[in-house]
Ligand binder design. Structure first.
Ligand SMILES: [Zn+2]
Ligand SMILES: [Zn+2]
Ligand SMILES: [Zn+2]
Ligand SMILES: [Zn+2]
Length: 374
């Protein structure tokens, strides 16, 4: 049997990516909705049809998916029913397994914020919403990832933690042992929940001279480190070293100190996607990969919302050109409203070549992966 993988791939991605959904009452539903504002029905994400739909009570704690073509019997993710920080469901069958009372995204949590601290539940909810968007995109790209409960060979997990001494001023300046560093290590992504406080995050953005600092951006950056470790381990392929540099030289700690002491090289924008990408090959990969995820998510959302008329091109370079052209227009829209540029990045030729490499890695690994349920 022959088929056109490119075409099937793009159609599947359109279906799985973030888009508008509809309630049985005809009202529009959004990815994060927990209730339809039209008819008042409870709403949630059904893992079977992959739609955000109305949920109809079906006895006890069972809900039926409101999508008529689906009608799956569902339970709310435990973080939805108990803490209201999630809007995903689990199938009734799956929820019978105590390891799967949480949805695929919440199953990856190892440490959640201390809910006895005022404000932490709201911060946690913002983190989970960003994480669900990340998972949606990784599924769209057909990448293989997941929790230990899902039998993933390189399990992904999350720690959402707060600094032990709150109210400290700086970020890198704080004493060791007092601060939670946002980062990745061996499949574990740690996020300092301070990042979910808008005022705190904006303060850090200004201190660090960044164009954007967002929760979804943190997730996209850290998942890049996860995939480097999963795909390359300690031996990245020669092409990767040629483009991003040798991660052993200079060693990470040395590169980190140099970056925070001296800043990026003056000609950084002729070679890198961002200033932080100049710090070390690992960070160049993560910044480049995060931009790639920004691009893919934006293109599919734009396509699904009919902001782009033509079907998305399969070829990477045309996709990037489409993103940049769209970015110029959206930046002007944001400036009209006094907001920062939506797509601030300028992509110099060496960064474009790195992005092409990321695209090859995603396509190679996406093609062979199983699709996890989320
Ligand atoms: Zn409705
Ligand atoms: Zn459904
Ligand atoms: Zn959940
Ligand atoms: Zn990083």
């Amino acid at each position: 049997m022959t088929h056109c993988p490119g075409l099937i791939d793009e159609r599947r991605k359109e279906r799985i990516s973030v888009r508008f959904f509809s309630c049985v009452c005809g009202n529009r539903l959004f990815f994060e909705n927990v209730q339809c504002v039209g008819c008042g029905a409870r709403a949630g994400f059904c893992p079977v049809c992959r739609e955000v739909t109305a949920l109809h009570p079906d006895g006890g704690d069972i809900w039926r998916c409101g999508n008529r073509a689906c009608g799956a019997r569902l339970k709310l993710c435990r973080n939805y029913s108990e803490h209201d920080v999630c809007n995903a469901c689990v199938t009734e069958v799956e929820a019978a397994d105590p390891a799967k009372i949480f949805c695929a995204a919440c199953r990856c949590n190892e440490t959640i914020p201390d809910l006895s601290v005022e404000g932490n539940r709201a911060k946690w909810a913002r983190l989970e919403a960003a994480k669900r968007r990340l998972f949606c995109e990784l599924n769209m790209l057909n990448l293989d990832f997941g929790s230990a409960a899902d039998g993933c060979a390189f399990p992904l997990s999350f720690d959402f933690k707060a600094d032990r001494s709150s109210g400290s001023g700086g970020f890198r300046e704080m004493d060791e042992g007092e601060v939670v560093y946002t980062g990745h290590d061996s499949g574990k992504i740690t996020i300092n929940i301070r990042e979910a406080d808008d005022a705190e995050r904006e303060k850090l953005r200004v201190i660090l001279g960044e164009k954007h600092r967002t929760l979804i951006g943190h997730f996209r950056h850290e998942i890049a480190h996860y995939f480097w470790e999963k795909w390359f381990g300690g031996s990245p392929p020669p092409d990767c070293i040629r483009l991003f540099g040798d991660p052993g030289n200079p060693p990470y700690q040395e590169a980190l100190e140099r970056y925070y002491n001296s800043g990026p090289p003056p000609d950084w924008n002729r070679r890198f996607i961002s200033t932080y990408a100049t710090m070390h090959p690992f960070e160049d990969w993560a910044e480049t990969f995060a931009f790639y995820l920004d691009m893919e998510a934006s293109l599919f959302t734009a396509r699904n919302l009919h902001l782009l008329e033509a079907a998305l091109p399969a070829d990477f370079d045309t996709r990037l050109d489409t993103m940049q052209e769209m970015g110029i227009r959206l930046n002007e829209m944001n400036r009209t409203m006094g907001l920062p540029d939506l797509v601030p990045e300028i992509v110099p030729a060496p960064a474009r070549e790195k992005l092409r490499f990321v695209d090859r890695c995603v396509r190679a690994n996406g093609a062979i992966a199983n699709v996890p349920v989320a």
